[in-house]
Design a protein around this ligand. Sequence first.
Ligand SMILES: Nc1ncnc2c1ncn2[C@@H]1O[C@H](COP(=O)(O)OP(=O)(O)OP(=O)(O)O)[C@@H](O)[C@H]1O
Ligand SMILES: [Mg+2]
Length: 339
Amino acid sequence: MVPRSFRQHLLARKEQLIGYLHRFQGQKIMVVGDLTLDEFVTGGAERISREAPVLILRHEETRQVPGGGANAIYNLARLGGEVLAVGIIGNDDQGQVLKHIFQEAGIDTRGIVVDPSRPTVTKTRISGHSRQSVTQQIVRIDRKSDQSPSPEIEQQLAHFIRDHRAEVAVLVCSDYSEGVLMPRVIAEALQHPLTVVDAQQNLDRFAGASIFTPNIPEVERAVGYPISDNLAQAAQDLLQITQAQQVLITRGEEGMSLFTHNDAFHIPAFNRTEVFDVTGAGDTVVAALSLTLAVGGSYVEGAILGNLAASIVVRQFGTSTTNPIVMEEALLQLLEEDK
Ligand SMILES: Nc1ncnc2c1ncn2[C@@H]1O[C@H](COP(=O)(O)OP(=O)(O)OP(=O)(O)O)[C@@H](O)[C@H]1O
Ligand SMILES: [Mg+2]
């Protein structure tokens, strides 16, 4: 369902947008990101333990999926991108699982450095259900290090980026504050002429990147004041802080807004009725935006396709992905529905 006011924007660009989708396949993108493994362990409630007053679950399944920057990478691969993944894993099973998932998806993992001094960032959700209840999360266990990676690791990552950035059309920095985006890593990444930055804090570290994709809380943190009806002012302040030519502010159920120094383009959320789980939608936006830029689309077109991709993944449980065929169908359906 696309609001009537936005329909002409889609109609005018229909052929162009579909043309871009057809060219996503094989586009080379480098992602420098904080790699996370998301684990979902679920079981049925059985009884109360005799060793402590705790619930015993009977294990049913363990699901492991890419999270954080790894979700951005996985989304890119599913959209057809040929991804060069750059990041850090630990010398552990979780790291191997993540690498295996990537390799199965055809992602190039040569830029992933193993750091034996830290665990692979892993977020394990343990959820349970009784016979007639829905599954609910009981506890989450995070594995991570508070230490910064060593200068040697920083240098390895920086050198890999320096040696390979010329091969890619777009370079993405996906910073989940887990330590990969160190100063020399950022410096090498920003040497690429087309850079997309999705970062949670201290956006000024990436000053000069082509485009930033913060959500509202990230914008508020960057500008230092709450946003109500002052989004345009915040966007201008953000452009100042980031020294970027444009910022794409994702606004959850309000859609997203693309700002330049003298212009704003608002895109309403395409799907507000069938929303199931918005986790990771921001990573999907980054992926579709980056591929659109890689095939020569404008920032506005990238934002529209990012919004379209997000409108699909929010209908699915957990972090999820989409592909160009589904996106094309969704676009045609949006235009059909409003006739
Ligand atoms: N409730 C919703 N209804 C419809 N669309 C939504 C909703 N939430 C998110 N979206 C879509 O997803 C896009 C990105 O969402 P959001 O602004 O929440 O990103 P985010 O906070 O960076 O996400 P994350 O960090 O979990 O990946 C939005 O711009 C919009 O297109
Ligand atoms: Mg985000």
